[in-house]
Design a protein around this ligand. Sequence first.
Ligand SMILES: [Cu+2]
Length: 190
Amino acid sequence: MIQAPKKHLPVVGLLGLVIIAAAGGTIYYYQFASPHTHGTPAHRLVFMTAVIQELGGFHVNNTAFLNQTTLPVFDNTNGYNLTGVKFQDYLPSHSDNKTINANTGDTITFYIHGVDGSGHGITQSSNAHGFEIDGPTVSVAPGGVLPGTIPFGQWYSVTVTFTSAGSYIYRCSIVCSQQHEFMMGSIVVS
Ligand SMILES: [Cu+2]
């Protein structure tokens, strides 16, 4: 006897809401990062690399909710240490690996590793990338620096709170290559 295939909703992350639409035989999956707890501002962690635009520019590797009040241990040489840290991974709602979504009042801690793009036939015109955020209102936590410098091979971190909804742009603040001006991504705060 042939068993009818069971229909399962795909599970994509604990907080994922998945909508499936079939069109022309192709199934599309759309995922939305849901609020942490019913509108309560969350503390998000965003893990990124910064590399010259010719090699992809900024790239979000992972995102998580920080479920404790203290930040992970961090230093510029070794980066972050999540040992013993209470956090919960979630997937961003866009798949370009550059767009970050947040809710008004959210705090985001960025962990960014500076990558040297030379050695790939492309000329770097600096020994560091930079990081700045343009948009309605950003509050930088004590000790944080914006715009920040991310020397190649080093880590940079800054914690900011988005107090106003709107469209923000994060970009490189150091002329790092011919396509430096295109080294950017979006932060959508709603
Ligand atoms: Cu640059």
